[in-house]
Design a protein around this ligand. Structure first.
Ligand code: URA
Length: 271
């Protein structure tokens, strides 16, 4: 089984291989990396190749002179052959990146492409995606007004006879793809992010808590306010009015945060 440490080593190796020579880390991460280096000096494990050179340029996707579109093109190309994900051997081949407006103020992040998304090469186009499009419509938004992505860019594999079945990404799969979604957030710089479901919250916020515990609060990811709500596929499985009402209440909070007009009719949906 792949350990967190092996994954971190692979991710950092890939970053170094693809030309990244600087990395911002917080105190906690610095402490963990230092400990790993000390362990490695004692001889048992390989040291992570931490990129540190101060004078070297930031990775291309981080360069301020690039347009958002250029940054996303760059990331899309990187994602297509993203070694940390490919090396796991548990994700399917086809990469499904993101869709929508690179200048959107609202970014929605789901878990991973499913059968239909893999087939069409676009996130949220299957039954859950159609429901998401209806929720956006109720907010007065079209898909082209927002940016829609996933924490995991590949459909998780279930072996040879997978058919139309899907599964949630594992913690290793989420960790492997996390640098991509983080870079997308830095490129888009949305005013607000909605995590659709628990996998998305795990990938963006690093939490192990479920959606019910996370709803009703604002979190932050790279300085962007984040709201967590149920995944549309949960609403498809659970027809209870209370579940739909919960998602709608979360979306009203998001609309308010974005300064969007809220009509009396919208205010009173599900009341
Ligand atoms: N579910 C997701 O989380 N993402 C998709 O793109 C489709 C279904």
């Amino acid at each position: 089984m792949t350990t967190l440490r092996q994954l971190a080593v692979e991710t950092l190796t890939h970053m170094v291989e693809s030309g990244q020579e600087r990395l911002a880390v917080d105190d906690e991460a610095r402490g963990i990396l230092r400990q790993w280096m000390l362990d490695a000096r004692k001889g048992s494990q390989p040291a992570p190749p931490v990129p540190v050179a101060e004078s070297t340029p930031a990775p291309r996707a981080e360069q301020p002179e690039m347009s958002v579109e250029e940054k996303l093109d760059f990331l899309r190309q990187k994602a297509a052959d993203w070694k940390p994900a490919r090396r796991l051997g548990t994700l399917r081949e086809k990469m499904v990146f993101a869709v929508g407006n690179p200048h959107a103020r609202l970014m929605l992040v789901g878990e991973a492409p499913g059968y239909e998304e893999e087939r069409q090469g676009e996130p949220f186009v299957g039954p859950a995606g159609q429901l998401l499009t209806r929720i956006l419509g109720a907010m007065g938004l079209q898909r082209s007004d927002v940016y829609i992505s996933n924490v995991c860019k590949f459909r998780p594999s279930m072996g040879e006879n997978q058919g139309t079945s899907n599964r949630a990404p594992s913690p290793e799969e989420l960790a492997a793809c996390q640098p991509l979604i983080m870079a997308e957030i830095r490129a888009i710089q949305p005013a607000c992010i909605v995590c659709l479901g628990g996998s998305s919250a795990k990938g963006l916020l690093g939490t192990q808590q479920g959606v019910s515990a996370l709803r009703g609060q604002w979190f932050e990811c790279q300085g962007v306010p984040v709201r967590v709500t149920y995944h549309p596929s949960y609403l498809l499985r659970n027809e209870a009015l209370s579940a739909r009402r919960s998602v709608w209440e979360d979306m009203l909070e998001v609309m308010q945060r974005l300064g969007m007009p809220i009509s009396e009719k919208q205010q009173n949906y599900f009341r």
